[in-house]
Design a protein around this ligand. Structure first.
Ligand code: NAP
Ligand code: ZN
Ligand code: ZN
Length: 346
């Protein structure tokens, strides 16, 4: 067993404490990663608070992991000691089902193994990246391109791929009008990526407080959703809307902003269902969809795309003692635009 230091919570709304966790000894295809940075995703908070159902505690969250390979199993071929690597939201899947064979492991028909709050093939609970080390099978590890710093790479492993994948799937490209709802961790990546893909990008934020930032990130337009005029003015405008909001919003109002055949894709994952008025869809043959992270191959493609287009998240580095405070700020929509834990401070 390999010992790692971690920050863990013992229940919903509990503070973080220092913990020691065990990582398994390296199996044939396993890679030991010394974690350098871990991003804070709103999903960490939903999970720890039990928003999506019961979880086991102590819980070590974190699925935006960037670090260095420090040991490899005897049959590892993809990585060597010293490589700069990342791990995202999943650490294993069946590898055999139709979806895994397509490279869509996030939709594994047997259920993939989540990086934390999951159970691995050895029957052990998984623990995430707010920790000094992790052991992951090489197929679920991605290579961080040389021109992306490790601290800036971390948020790409969830916020990056979760927005890249639907933008690609629903064809964000020149000539397309894309709106991003919510300018937080995912939202700001969606703006940068959609802009780099050539789309005309609009931010729909609660207020105009972050307008200057939004335009700098690559948005062409910026509107406040607290202003009812926004919904009148933009009715029927967009080919694609990516909703990154972590809370329940009036989806039907946003659907009315889609043009004919437009799609609203939800990546935000609020605890409550989002009811839809069918007439907001049928009137213009619109679609309401949702999407979860992305496969491993697409995650590598996203990292390479970011490297090529010089896209990195806007981050605020924090120490391990500031995690509780950072979570409070995420919940208050006061994040610009991703907190990243310097794991050396654990
Ligand atoms: P975040 O940084 O907190 O950003 C969410 C943004 O939503 C906020 O910055 C805020 O933007 C807006 N917002 C928050 N509360 C709102 C409210 N009550 N009404 C309207 N807007 C509100 O969170 P994140 O890390 O980007 O994650 C966003 C959501 O995506 C979470 O639910 C997370 O669990 C989910 N997620 C899903 C996947 C997936 O695979 N589908 C992956 C990762 C995360 P403004 O201040 O601009 O309004
Ligand atoms: Zn996440
Ligand atoms: Zn599978």
């Amino acid at each position: 067993m390999i010992k790692a230091k971690a920050r863990a919570v013992d229940g919903p709304n509990q503070s973080f404490r220092l913990a020691e966790i065990k990582r398994r000894d390296l199996d044939l295809h396993d890679v030991l990663i010394e974690i350098k940075y871990a991003g804070i995703c709103h999903s960490d908070i939903h999970t720890a608070h039990g928003d999506w159902g019961e979880v086991n505690y102590p819980l070590v969250p974190g699925h935006e992991i960037a670090g260095i390979v420090t040991d490899i199993g005897p049959e590892v071929t993809k990585y060597k000691i010293g490589d700069r690597v990342g791990v995202g939201c999943m650490v294993d899947s069946c590898g055999k089902c139709e979806n895994c064979l397509k490279g869509e492991e996030q939709y594994c028909l047997k259920g993939n193994v989540l990086t934390y709050a999951g159970v691995d093939k050895y029957g052990e609970p998984t623990q995430g990246g707010y920790s000094t080390h992790i052991v992951v099978t090489e197929g679920f590890v991605v290579k961080i391109p040389d021109n992306i710093e490790l601290d800036e790479a971390a948020p790409l492993l969830c916020a990056g791929i979760t927005t890249y994948s639907p933008l690609r799937h629903w064809g964000a490209a020149p000539g397309k009008k894309v709106a991003v709802v919510g300018l937080g961790g995912l939202g700001h990546m969606a703006v940068k990526l959609a802009h780099a893909m050539g789309a005309e990008v609009t931010v729909l934020s609660q207020t105009l407080k972050k307008k200057e930032d939004g335009l700098k990130l690559g948005a062409n337009h910026y509107y406040a959703t607290s202003d009812p005029e926004t919904f009148k003015k933009l009715a029927g405008s967009f080919d694609l809307i990516v909703n990154t909001v972590s809370a329940k919003i009036d989806i039907s109002a946003y659907l009315s902003l889609l043009a004919l055949d437009g799609t609203l894709v939800n990546v935000g994952a609020p605890a409550e269902p989002l009811p839809v008025n069918i007439f907001a869809l049928s009137g213009q043959r619109r679609s309401f969809a949702a999407s979860q992270i992305g496969g491993i191959r697409e995650t590598q493609e996203m990292l390479d795309f970011c490297a090529e287009h010089h896209i990195v998240p806007e981050i605020e580095i924090i120490s391990a003692n500031q995690i509780d405070e950072a979570w409070e700020r995420v919940l208050a929509s006061d994040v610009r635009y991703r907190f990243v834990i310097d794991v050396s401070t654990i």
